[in-house]
Design a protein around this ligand. Structure first.
Ligand code: UDP
Length: 312
């Protein structure tokens, strides 16, 4: 297929673009490099530097895989209007361009942040979406637009709601500046780039007081996009959660990083971070049942050790 990958110079986008090229697809990456890296665009993909707000004519593509977005919870609390403009405004412009060019299929990078503080764990897709921060709210708004566009215009849409993506696919790894995510920050201590890691809150109602998250390997996550692409049906918006179904606390993650790197990794307790729910664990039962997705790299040790290998 001829595919447009927006945000394909970013972490998840580059891994999916690489897998699509390997699967024999013709891939064009559209990325404004605001947070992505030109050298993350995989060999074999065409690169267009540009914004989704003005994607130009996109006739001839069979589908769009849409990753381009602002994705930091804390930043979204500080600058909500920027998140609404980039994430909702940008996606509406992209959807208009798709409609104008007769491109009728999209796979969208959504998030567990749409659920906010969950009532039940693991979280199924039927859980009421109640985002606890502007980032989650903007992604939920896009999901709502996709449902409407499927009904109104026959769009074939699939949203994948990621839980905590981690690990690396060969050289393709997480490279954010500043880095806010837990696993890369812990590994920076082992690399000697930071003195210690901060644990944001140790008084949550969890097994050891620290937040519990569901870490999914970026390689497994990428595989789900290829399945979603094939499963998209005109007039339908399908939504799937993506995680491993097992929660690890911040302290447990740090312990696994210590075991993988052999470094003592000093950790200090710091205040809670705004907008963090205590526990976020996915039920991925629906995508396993409907699309046959199966995580192949579910062990946290594998996720951390692949991230560690890619860093060195
Ligand atoms: N976290 C932490 N120290 C850090 C970075 C993250 O304690 O340096 C915690 C954060 O508060 C959350 C969990 O680790 O409970 C996962 O955070 P991350 O930013 O990796 O992903 P999120 O869950 O926000 O998508």
């Amino acid at each position: 297929m001829k595919l447009l990958v927006t945000g394909g110079a970013g972490y998840v986008g580059s891994v999916v673009a690489a897998q699509l090229v390997e699967a024999g697809h013709q891939v064009t990456v559209l990325d404004d490099l605001s947070t992505g890296h030109a050298d993350a665009v995989p060999e074999g993909a065409r690169f267009v530097e540009g914004s989704i707000t003005d994607p130009g004519p996109i006739e001839g593509f069979d589908a769009v895989l849409h990753f381009a977005a602002k994705s930091l919870v804390g930043e979204s609390v500080q600058e909500p209007a920027r998140y609404w403009r980039a994430n909702l405004g940008g996606t509406l412009a992209l959807l208009d361009a798709m409609r104008g060019s007769g491109v009728g299929r999209i796979v969208f990078s959504s998030t567990a942040a749409v659920y906010g503080e969950p009532e039940e764990t693991p979280i199924p897709e039927s859980a009421p979406p109640r985002p606890a921060n502007p980032y989650g709210a903007t992604k939920l708004a896009v999901d709502t637009a996709l449902t409407a566009f499927a009904e109104l215009y026959g769009l074939a849409a699939v949203s994948l709601r990621y839980f905590n993506v981690a690990g690396a696919y060969g050289r393709f790894r997480e490279r954010h500046a500043p880095e806010t995510h837990l696993i890369p920050n812990v590994l920076k201590v082992a690399l000697g780039e930071r003195e210690e890691v901060s644990v944001f809150g140790a008084d949550y109602p969890t097994k050891d007081g620290t937040c519990v998250r569901d870490y999914v390997h970026v390689t497994d996550l990428a595989t789900a996009h290829l399945l979603a692409l094939d499963a998209a049906e005109p007039g339908t918006h399908k939504i799937y959660n993506l995680g491993n179904g097992t929660g690890f606390s911040v302290k447990e993650v740090i312990d696994v990083c210590r075991a993988v790197t052999g470094h003592p990794i000093p950790a200090v307790v710091a205040p809670r971070r705004d907008g963090d729910p205590a526990v976020l664990v996915a039920s991925s039962e629906k995508i396993q049942r409907e699309l046959g997705w199966k995580p192949e790299h579910a062990a946290l040790e594998t996720i951390v050790s692949d991230a560690w290998t890619a860093l060195r």
